[in-house]
Design a protein around this ligand. Sequence first.
Ligand code: ADP
Ligand code: MG
Length: 228
Amino acid sequence: MPKKSKQSIIKIENVWKTYTMGETKVHALRGMNFQVKEGEFVAIMGPSGSGKSTAVNMIGCLDVPTKGEIYLERKNIAHLEESELAQIRGKIIGFIFQQFNLIPTLTAKENIMLPMIFQGVPKQKRLKRAEKLLREVGLKERMDHRPTELSGGQQQRVAIARSLANDPDVILADEPTGNLDSKTGKIVMEYLNMLHKKEKKTIIMVTHDKSLSKFAERKERLKDGKII
Ligand SMILES: Nc1ncnc2c1ncn2[C@@H]1O[C@H](COP(=O)(O)OP(=O)(O)O)[C@@H](O)[C@H]1O
Ligand SMILES: [Mg+2]
């Protein structure tokens, strides 16, 4: 039997994003078109200021475009209100940021439990899952440490575990190794690779490091707000 061809999980159609700063307008995206199939691992590359974070944030339901359509799992998310975006984001998306973005007053375990609170997961289940995820990223001994008590690489592994809290379909990693030395960065990349291969997650990673983009199955370049 022929293999069923995979569906697009993300589809960006002629998306524009314009920021207005007083008198000036910044066109961060200028008619971007882009698609990702279920289970793909795509790297988005391109110079600083080319609109990479803007694009990834809109895929992740953190913002909406000025013009154009964005489909996530075949639902148009381009015109939704924040409350609807937040719901979809919590269920479908896992984020990994360059700056880790962990909550400094919470322990590693609590940081991972937080997104599950928003999804109404009962406490015992949250605790169990946070511990399981921390063991999987090799941080069994660091569960009750706060971010300042962890190295950069350890913090990013907590962030990876947190991104998986609600078992999302899509992982968005915006320069995930940008604040790490190359050896630690490689470890983080190996976790992302494992999520792609073993857990069949769809992964979109922003990077400008060529040696990291080789982990991706496909590379796309963004320049001046457009895929080239
Ligand atoms: N919140 C914002 N307000 C105004 N301008 C912004 C905002 N976010 C991004 N920009 C501008 O949009 C352009 C694209 O930014 P960004 O998506 O962060 O690029 P990249 O991630 O590729 O470096 C840049 O010129 C940036 O200054
Ligand atoms: Mg960026």
